[in-house]
Design a protein around this ligand. Structure first.
Ligand SMILES: Cc1cc2nc3c(=O)[nH]c(=O)nc-3n(C[C@H](O)[C@H](O)[C@H](O)COP(=O)(O)OP(=O)(O)OC[C@H]3O[C@@H](n4cnc5c(N)ncnc54)[C@H](O)[C@@H]3O)c2cc1C
Length: 161
């Protein structure tokens, strides 16, 4: 004996606050993902910012028009980008618009030369880096060298990047 369950009809959607899905991806890679989503019936809503989630409804506003929206759901998988710690902006160290520690290419705070940073908490002036472990790990070696040089009173050069 086997039990017959009624068919489940799944409706899937993906709200996304940026105007382009997965901004950090190369255009061709993004196109592949967008096609995969389309072919699996996942509706992509770009340019809308979710503000609250309560009682099975996502609520927010469209980024440009400010028009409110509601998206009801049964199950929600929440994936967001990283955010800066609030104390960083209040610390007096230069920060970028997102509140991440602003550093130069020596990974040195742009207004506090004895402060260095690496990984997710920084924003390198003039460069956009995704908040990813690969960049955090790669920062380790130059960070160690530059810290040592700074402590020894040596000048940081173009090599120390
Ligand atoms: C689910 C998930 C999957 C990921 N997958 C990948 C992947 O596949 N590939 C990839 O490249 N990256 C991935 N990442 C991103 C990667 O994990 C981060 O970019 C990386 O860990 C950043 O390293 P970090 O040392 O800068 O920060 P973290 O690893 O976040 O380390 C920061 C540390 O500081 C501590 N801390 C915070 N505040 C304080 C405080 N006030 N006092 C003392 N300690 C404090 C925290 O407890 C933490 O241990 C993923 C991230 C997540 C969340």
């Amino acid at each position: 004996m086997c039990k017959i369950y009624p068919p489940i009809i799944l409706t899937s959607f993906l709200p996304c606050s940026s105007f382009v899905f997965s901004v950090g991806l190369a255009a061709q890679v993004r196109a592949i993902f967008e096609e995969k989503l389309r072919s699996r019936g996942v509706a992509l809503h770009t340019g809308i910012s979710v503000a609250t989630s309560a009682e099975g409804v996502l609520r927010g506003t469209a980024a440009v028009s400010g028009t409110p929206f509601e998206l009801p759901f049964d199950e929600c998988v929440w994936c967001t980008q990283g955010a800066a710690q609030q104390w960083m902006r209040a610390s007096g160290f230069d920060t970028d618009a997102g509140g991440f520690l602003k550093v130069n290419t020596h990974l040195q705070s742009t207004n506090s030369p004895d402060v260095f940073g690496g990984g997710d908490c920084i924003a390198i002036e003039g460069y956009h880096r995704p908040k990813a472990g690969v960049f955090a790990v790669m920062a380790g070696m130059p960070l160690a060298i530059n810290l040592r040089k700074r402590l020894e009173g040596q000048k940081l050069t173009d090599e120390d990047r």
